[in-house]
Design a protein. Structure first.
Length: 413
């Protein structure tokens, strides 16, 4: 693990934001990066050097560690797009995003034509120009509209023109389900924003209380001062599917395919791990009608929060931090307010204070996680300094959390 991350030490932080298709399946991830605390973007070096560092690091470590088998959307300027380092990443894995303020000349047009012929997709980032007047639209495969800067009603004519030329339209900064639906109706096929992680409370939400109650009984037993393995075994064995999945988890964790009983599986895993894994399965089952990425984000946040607590001198809160990260999307999964979603679950006050009241010992960790996800580097800098977490610890923790979530998703869910 340390060898894998050691290759990326010069890249101080790479965050990723999911990009969805119209079925809310992940199409790719935009990679956001910074190198040092002294800069919000490029760490005091040229954008060419920063992007070169990212490309080289991704190539050395394996792109799949960050984006699975999806596309990586990476920003390029008019300088670095000419570098051969771009070609380190296969065309079927990379979308070349051209920044809004690039200088357009003959050399740039020729280079974009060249990489397009190699099979790379080209996207125009934060597009706000007149579609028919901008020289790069003919070369672009994907047009990205920031719908905060260019509201949907102001771009209807250009959207229609782009669609008539078979362009793929991507709506950025989509924050509500209503915006997603409207953009989809207009012909947008890709969507980026945090609309998928918010509860849809309007109207009657789907009642999943019965399923939640089953898991609460198990979690409540785990949290007792003197929990009973016999009682836990009995509760889990009442659900054949759950019993199978618990045993499968124990097999995965132990590397032993001969786990012979639920009780053995529970004894092997230990109470803290049982609590974590049961919670993971709960989120999966309650969120069957939700995007898979939402559940993966909960897993990433769980492991990321645990690591941040350890590095942030809050080691005694590492398990609570993990649970906080895990439950941080429960409101979106249940389409309820966070207070309603957490009702009936016996959680430490440090978790409910962070997720409901936005205060308390764990809230800075929650704030840091959200800032990292959104690439809000000033906030990342301030909170990580307050928690005494170094850039390298932050970067390693985030990448390890992603890798762990990928493994859990592939083996368990």
């Amino acid at each position: 693990m340390h060898e894998y991350f050691g290759k990326l030490e010069r890249i101080m932080f790479i965050a990723r934001q999911p990009i969805f298709n119209s079925q809310l399946e992940v199409y790719g991830y935009e990679l956001l990066f910074r190198l040092e605390r002294q800069s919000t973007q490029f760490g005091g070096i040229s954008s060419q050097g920063a992007t070169a560092t990212v490309i080289t690091g991704l190539y050395e470590s394996g792109l799949e560690n960050l984006v699975d088998d999806k596309y990586a959307f990476i920003n390029f300027d008019e300088i670095f797009v000419h570098s051969d380092a771009l070609e380190l990443i296969e065309p079927n894995r990379l979308v070349v995003e051209m920044l809004e303020n690039i200088k357009i000349d003959r050399l740039l047009l020729e280079r974009l034509e060249e990489i397009k012929n190699m099979g790379y997709k080209i996207a125009l980032d934060d597009f706000s120009r007149k579609y028919l007047e901008y020289p790069l639209t003919t070369l672009a495969d994907i047009i990205k509209y920031d719908i905060l800067a260019t509201p949907l009603e102001t771009i209807r004519t250009d959207v229609a023109t782009a669609l008539s030329q078979n362009k793929i339209l991507l709506a950025e900064k989509v924050e509500t389900e209503e915006e997603y639906i409207e953009a989809k109706k207009m012909g947008f096929r890709l969507f980026q924003g945090y609309f998928f992680s918010k509860p849809h409370i309007a109207g009657k939400s789907y009642n999943k209380t019965t399923s939640k109650s089953q898991y609460i009984r198990i979690i409540s037993e785990v949290k007792k001062e003197d929990p009973s393995f016999e009682r836990l075994t009995e509760l889990i064995e009442h659900d054949v599917t759950l019993a199978y999945r618990v045993m499968r988890m124990a097999c995965f964790r132990s590397g032993n395919s001969q786990v012979c009983s639920v009780k053995y599986a529970l004894t092997y895993m230990g109470l803290k791990e049982i609590e974590c894994w049961i919670s993971i399965i709960m989120l999966h089952d309650l969120g069957k009608d939700k995007p898979g990425e939402l559940k993966k984000i909960s897993l990433i946040r769980s492991k990321f929060a645990e690591s941040l607590a350890i590095h942030g001198n809050l080691k005694e809160y590492q398990h609570s931090a993990s649970m906080m990260g895990l439950f941080s999307v429960l409101d979106a999964i249940l389409d309820q307010s966070m207070e309603e979603a957490l009702a009936g679950i016996a959680l430490p006050s440090s978790i409910t204070e962070a997720l409901i009241d936005h205060k308390g010992i764990l809230y800075p960790i929650y704030e840091l996680i959200l800032a990292c996800e959104k690439g809000e580097w000033f906030a990342v800098e301030k909170i990580s300094i307050d928690l005494n977490i170094s850039n390298s610890e932050l970067a390693l923790s985030y990448r390890w959390a992603i890798q762990w979530a990928n493994e859990v998703t592939s083996q368990v869910i």
